[in-house]
Design a protein. Structure first.
Length: 204
């Protein structure tokens, strides 16, 4: 019998082997835009929110508050800080303006906007207070007006000796009331002051 001729592989058989490489290359190339979108979209959203949306909202909020005519806590704090700094430039520990109410009873005297630096804070923290001094003596207002400079000095000495720890204690206002009452009566040489009522007490 004659020998069988050797069969040669058809050229078409080589094409399926090379086809997957072409298709896989095509898939990776097609996914690059999708990958970029997935990675960049959150970054772009964050940048737009941080540098466009939030600043515009803050501007509108500030403008709305300005039109309403309201005063913010920051503004009042800055005003008090300015008063405190000016008093330090003048060499004092704080500032106080004591005014008796002209229309109120004569047995009371009001200290308004007393601003002092708190002890141990290196001038970075302060107390701002407004309070009414009362007693049985019908002439407290006259007594304090006659000796106003000394009464203001007594007030500043008591309040500027306070620390943040003192103000954080339970019942701190009652302790401060007692200290002020004792200091006023000692300075006047008799029991004139009986009670103190705070209408403003801010620590910054």
């Amino acid at each position: 019998m004659p020998p069988k001729p050797e069969s040669t592989p058809a050229p078409a058989a080589a094409t399926p082997a090379s086809a997957p490489a072409v298709s896989s290359g095509f898939k990776i190339t097609a996914l690059i835009p999708v990958i970029l979108v997935v990675v960049l979209a959150p970054l772009i959203s964050w940048a737009v929110a941080q540098y466009v949306i939030i600043p515009k909202m803050e501007q509108r909020l500030t403008a709305a508050m300005g039109k309403a005519g309201g005063t913010t806590a920051d503004a009042s704090a800055e005003e008090a800080r300015s008063a405190d700094e000016s008093s330090w430039r003048e060499g004092g520990h704080g500032a106080a303006s004591g005014k008796g109410e002209a229309s109120g009873p004569s047995n009371s005297y009001e200290f308004t906007n007393v601003v002092v630096n708190l002890a141990g804070t290196m001038g970075t923290r302060y107390l701002k207070a407004t309070f009414l001094v009362t007693g049985k003596d019908r002439n407290i207002r006259d007594t304090f007006n006659k000796d106003k400079a000394r009464m203001v000095d007594v007030t500043l000495n008591v309040l500027s000796s306070l620390t943040l720890a003192d103000l954080e204690e339970a019942g701190a206002k009652n302790i401060i009331r007692e200290k002020l009452v004792n200091a006023y009566n000692q300075a006047l040489g008799k029991k004139v002051v009986e009670q103190i009522y705070f209408s403003d007490f801010v620590v910054q």
